[in-house]
Design a protein around this ligand. Structure first.
Ligand SMILES: [Zn+2]
Length: 274
């Protein structure tokens, strides 16, 4: 697994916002000599409509929404399409997209938590294959759950800090298997929960693995730490690679650039060694 990225992802900002270009810039500088990079292309309007309702897409396009966590950036629609395209390219090349904005809080007809369109869900829908989604961002992917709830092509597994934003995922519903965990979880307990979750899955039911790769569970993260070390991301990568499914990922959270680069590297080294 290598990277999908374009410097265009660094070209929008909102002063003081934690989902900053610097977080990804610093991370990519750390990673760029160690991994190959493929450039993304914009997703199409029709790609968005496989997941999102048209009035909602128009709202984002015309910036007629209101959410304090989701600034109305210059060229927002272009950046959101390019990030969704990053997910599609990642799916097609078995790579990890580092494009921003992130996506797992965006549902069929809502945005939130720094997310506008659901990059992972758009890529999964376009692929058309049975997919196991594992969301290891430290927030619950309420948007991804909203999109895939009751969909017999997809199972969604999420480990996330609770209580925390967005307040969902406190229990398992249908095909959304949720594991709320405490801020003091730490490496050992986290791996126990993740292993336990994957043990219950019959991998032969799936044709691919889609990862909401968030690194804000790291112990130094200001937003949603669950006490994880950099080293544990290698174990997570190794465990997920052991499922032996074609896999791709999209970056979600992780808000300290230096740590983000090291944590992604740790994850990829574990994944690629296995
Ligand atoms: Zn997060």
């Amino acid at each position: 697994m290598d990277l999908v990225f374009s410097e265009e992802a660094l070209q929008y900002r909102s002063a003081g916002h934690p989902e900053s270009p610097e977080r990804v810039k610093v991370a990519y500088q750390y990673l760029q000599d160690k991994y190959e990079t493929t450039s993304p292309e914009e997703a199409t309007y029709d790609d968005l409509l496989t997941v999102h309702e048209k009035p909602f897409v128009e709202k984002v396009k015309n910036k007629t929404f209101m959410d304090p966590d989701c600034p109305k950036y210059d060229n927002l629609f272009h950046h959101a399409l390019l990030s969704a395209g990053g997910g599609i390219t990642a799916q097609q090349t078995d790579n990890l997209s580092l494009m921003r904005p992130p996506g797992h809080h965006a549902g069929k007809d809502f945005l939130g938590g720094f997310c506008y369109f659901n990059n992972l869900a758009i890529a999964v829908k376009k692929s058309g294959v049975k997919t196991l989604v594992v969301d290891f961002d430290a927030h619950h992917g309420n948007g991804t759950q909203d999109i895939f709830l009751g969909d017999d092509q997809v199972v969604y597994i999420s480990l996330h800090r609770s209580p925390a934003f967005p307040g969902t995922g406190t229990e398992t519903i249908e095909n959304a298997i949720n594991f709320p965990i405490s801020p003091s979880t730490g490496d050992r307990k986290y791996m126990e929960v993740l292993r336990g979750a994957l043990d219950k899955i019959d991998v032969s039911n799936f044709e691919q693995l889609a990862l909401s790769a968030g690194f804000d569970g790291h112990k130094a993260d200001p937003l949603a730490s669950v006490g994880l070390s950099t080293g544990v991301y290698k174990e997570i990568g190794s465990l997920l690679a052991g499922l032996n499914l074609p896999a791709f990922g999209v970056l979600e959270g992780g808000y300290v650039g230096e740590d983000l680069g090291r944590n992604i590297d740790s994850f990829l080294s574990g994944f690629n060694e296995s």
